[in-house]
Design a protein around this ligand. Sequence first.
Ligand code: ADP
Ligand code: ASP
Ligand code: MG
Length: 414
Amino acid sequence: MITVQKYGGSSVASTEKIMTVAKRIKHAAECSQVVVVVSAMGDATDQLIAMAKAISKIPNERELDKLLATGEQASSALLTLALHELGTQAVSLTGGQAGIITESTPGKARILNVNPERLSQELNEGKVVVVAGFQGITENATWADITTLGRGGSDTTAVALAAALHADRCEIYTDVDGVFTADPRICLNARKLDSICYEEMLELAGQGARVMHSRAVELGEIYGVNILVAHSVREVPGTLICKEDDTMEARNPVRGIAHDTDVAKITVTSLPDRPGIAYQIFHALAEANINVDVIVQNVSSQGVTDMSFTVNLADLAKAQSVLDPIMQNVGAKNLTTSVDLAKVSIVGTGIRSHPGYADTMFGALAKNGINIVSITTSEIRITCLIDKADVQQAVQSLHDAFELEKPDGPVKGE
Ligand code: ADP
Ligand code: ASP
Ligand code: MG
């Protein structure tokens, strides 16, 4: 039997916590071969980013990747030392040494392939293998560069390794008891879910529920890896992320609420309203690997229009540097930015087949005096852009409106 366990940053934030985690791993290693994936200690990644930005406003991406990858290398080596102290045979590996090959896109590289040869060999020699999460290397053998997988990417390392090793379990250990109906840190009566299907978890993660990295959920679905999310210390049952099953039918069609405060809005004003303008703007952003969300174009008047869209806050400076030089080419007058906004989303596969959810959502926000700046939807999600200051109230009021605190809440919104 092979188990992959991942421990997040808060679970290994100090040497004491690393010792606690090591004891848990030692226990697991008594009945299974164990691969451990570890995040950087506490807020080590944030600190490294802050140092890079103190030197360079938009740090060179290759160097930033190399810098950030050190966070996980440190924690994986420390955890391995802790296992040695407990008398458990263990070895730490970087992402590259563990065979994780990625695209060359710095900062958010996708895993292309995992070559688990060395991992298997170390496991067969009876060792626990501790892999530095969140990183890989590019394909070119001689010129391979270190890449990182995007914030929260250690989850993705864990699921990718579980898939490559055909592991029996992939366990994500974190600082909450599992996946909740909303972030338990801002919603008082958020309820822990026993299980959630990949599709819903993917939407929640994509809209800011950082308990799982979206790409990890995507890989879980593609390779059929069941993922257990649980507390790294407390022995309570967690949440299983798996295929949708019939028992999920009987429950509230809205599964959860996600919120995201890392939102920046960019508005380009007085754009000529002609073909090719949107292409030029979004092509430039895509070339720079910047994801764009919530796009709104105003009704044009006298041949000009304004266009707004959101990007992740971390991409704002880069997006501005990409757009500034093309403003003149596209004939735009001005570019303004705002960081006072946030997104709040309701997610559930039931939304697809029940009309009326938008009605309940907008009604709950209106009742609380929360203004909606713009709206986007997918088949199983409705997202509203709102003021950042209103986020907590919005999440709580939506949670209440859809009665998510109840295990089998009534079907709302019909
Ligand atoms: P780790 O360092 O273990 O990877 P993260 O900070 O990345 O942990 O993710 C765990 C955090 O995700 C929780 O502390 C919680 O605040 C947040 N979170 C957001 N949405 C949810 C949700 N729906 N269920 C559980 N936790 C959530
Ligand atoms: N250390 C990285 C981050 O803080 C990756 C992770 O924790 O999953 O985003
Ligand atoms: Mg995380």
